[in-house]
Design a protein around this ligand. Structure first.
Ligand SMILES: [Zn+2]
Length: 196
C-alpha cells in the first residue's frame, strides 16, 4: 500500500519575470504586519482570512496567489514553511495519509471534480486521502502543525481525516521526530496511531 503513494511534497514555482517576486514580497510583508498585530503563538493564521482550502492547479506559481481565493494543502504547507522559517522557527515538511469517512471523500471528490484545476488524485480511495503539513519546533516542543486548518495535525477540531501514516520529507534540524511513541524515519512512510 505504501509503495503506491509516490507524491512529492508540493513546492510553489517562480516565474523568471517580476510577477512572482512581487506577490511573494506582498505575502512576506503581510506576514511581517501580522507579527506586529497578530498572535505570536501560532503564526500564519492570517492565510485563512484570505484563502480557503480548495483545488489548486499545478505547477502553482507565486503570482497565482494574486488571482485565487482557494489553495490546496500543498500550497498552504509550502507558504507556511517559508513564513515560519522567516520568523525563525525550525520546521520540516511532512506528508500524511489520513483515514476519512466515505461521505467526506465523496464530498471532496465532488468539490474537486467541479473545478477545472488539477485532479483528485489526492483522494486515494473512499476511505483514505493524502495531505501535507509541517513538523515545527514551538517553544522547544515538537508540534505537528496543519497550516491548512491552522490546527495541530489530528486535532479533534479538524474537519479533515485522521492520520494513519506519516512521512518526514526532510531532516528537522538534527532532531528526532516522534509521533507519540512512534519514531518517524526520514523519507519513509510510517504507520501511526490516531493520537500524537
Ligand atoms: Zn509569476
Amino acid at each position: 500500500m505504501n509503495d503506491a503513494i509516490t507524491f512529492s511534497r508540493s513546492v510553489i514555482s517562480t516565474h523568471s519575470s517580476q510577477c512572482c517576486v512581487d506577490v511573494r514580497s506582498w505575502i512576506e510583508a503581510r506576514d511581517d504586519a501580522d507579527q506586529i498585530i497578530g498572535s505570536a503563538s501560532l503564526p500564519t493564521g492570517w492565510l485563512q482570512d484570505i484563502y480557503e482550502w480548495g483545488p489548486s492547479a499545478w505547477p502553482f506559481y507565486w503570482c497565482d496567489l494574486a488571482s485565487t481565493k482557494e489553495m490546496d494543502c500543498g500550497v498552504f504547507a509550502d507558504i507556511a514553511q517559508i513564513l515560519l522559517e522567516r520568523r525563525g522557527y525550525l520546521c520540516a515538511r511532512i506528508q500524511i495519509v489520513e483515514s476519512a469517512l466515505p461521505a467526506q471523500t465523496k464530498f471532496w471528490a465532488e468539490k474537486w471534480s467541479s473545478s477545472d484545476r488539477d485532479s483528485s488524485s489526492w483522494i486515494l480511495d473512499d476511505g483514505r486521502v493524502y495531505h501535507e503539513a509541517l513538523a515545527v519546533i514551538v517553544d522547544n516542543e515538537l508540534l505537528f502543525f496543519d497550516p491548512t486548518e491552522h490546527l495541530a495535525v489530528g486535532s479533534p477540531h479538524s474537519t479533515g481525516g485522521s492520520p494513519t501514516q506519516i512521512r518526514l520529507t526532510e531532516p528537522l534540524h538534527g532532531r528526532e521526530v516522534y509521533w507519540g511513541n512512534t519514531k518517524l524515519t526520514l523519507g519513509q512512510w510510517t504507520q501511526v496511531d490516531k493520537t500524537s
